[in-house]
Design a protein around this ligand. Sequence first.
Ligand code: ADP
Length: 492
Amino acid sequence: MSRPLNILFVSSEVEPFAKTGGLADVSSALPKAIKECGHEVRIMMPRYRFISERKFKLHDIIRLKDIPVPVGNQSELANVKSSFISNLKDKVQVYFIDNAKYFGRDGIYQSPVGKKDYQDNDERFIFFCRGVLETLKRLGWQPDIIHCNDWQTALIPAYVKTLYASDPFFKSIKTVFTIHNMAYQGSFPPESFKKSNLPKELFTPEHAEAYGKFNFLKTALAFADAITTVSRKYAEEICTSPDLGAGLDGFLATRRKDLHGILNGIDYQQWNPLTDEHIYRKYDTKSIEAKVDNKKALTQRFGLEYHEHVPLIGAISRLVDQKGFDLVLEAMDDLMKLNVQFVLLGSGDAKVEKKFEAFQKKYADRLGLFFGFDEPLAHLIEAGSDMFLMPSRYEPCGLNQMYSMRYGTVPIVRATGGLDDTVEDYAGNGKGTGFKFEKYDAKELVKAVQRAVKVYQQPDEWKKLMKNGMACDFSWVHSARQYGSLYKELLK
Ligand code: ADP
């Protein structure tokens, strides 16, 4: 093998310390997988107050105390603590950048009460981005690559190429920036730009400015040596669709040759039907018949009657615009005519919840609802459903369709982003892993479910689809290898 690389992975969320979504899972699983490939990886993230010192055995690092970090005209102090994450084989060191003024709070981006974004999110993450570079220098550990994730880390590539460009420590460092969701850009009033201390002339539409605002994400798109996103299809969509590019599609298209789609993996320890403690009965391809006991348990859990030949469709999701539940509501009457049962675990929008509740009154024997966040129930739904519905408007990668296939639950998805890349449409003769529809349209959704129900009624054919999905390999090692090749390419 060629020389192992030093990789610094920077993220505002890392599981198990801080999480609002998929970013935290990736920021924990990917560094571990990269380390398994033989590279040295370390992580930096903010130290939010709720990250317990005792629970995670956080240590102070004496020589990383009171590091001055410029924010506008001020100098703020960073103190660095350390802990680690590990899998069976490896430990990955995690550094926490601590500053009570910016991160001594109960939320990550917004206050838990009132759910309003913090007013000073610009300053908080300017401090974090510069704090990372100042910390690195004092630490004396020189990465080959700084791998940044989402807008909260997006100023780092610009700093490396401007304010720190003449510093020999940073001279040969390359930066990679990963887009996990193009809809979140870190867009702030133009006055915020001053606080970054980036050169004035960068506040133009070629660099840091978008539609008159200081746009963190765009700044990374302008300066990172390579840009990645979490599926091949999403990489294409965000360059070509004004909707999905969220105003930056044209700009991103100018960097198309530096943009790579690398699919996320899933955690095979946590999501394994053979060892899953949350499900009613464990199984794998060889004992696939046992899956039906999970279906019985699931229908019971939702107060529905169990019917052997009636397909049970599951869905687990944040109930936000992106996820396409307006289509499901529009299609509900037609779906129910297909003689299926449907269980939904959802969290989010109260208005969407009310609409589902109205349908539940109408279809009490066939529609099961649970609103809230419930990890064990999510596992039971994956194990107990026959089909899994993801009609997303857009989906950078998506995890549940991959969990579904691992559990022999056949996904029905809209052909967008990672859903399109991971699910192979049924093509007759036992070929395929799921059912896809193209157009964002309730009728198309119903047609896809109809196709699925038809195949479900041919048990031998259906079993082939289940097994095809279970045989797919969505482990992180593939992604880690692709990132490894990209890093090496940049350092050539
Ligand atoms: P996103 O990150 O956009 O929400 P993903 O499909 O990438 O979508 O990941 C969502 C993750 O959150 C999955 O692991 C899914 O099972 C989980 N999840 C979403 N909503 C709930 C819920 N209400 N209860 C339990 N888990 C949920």
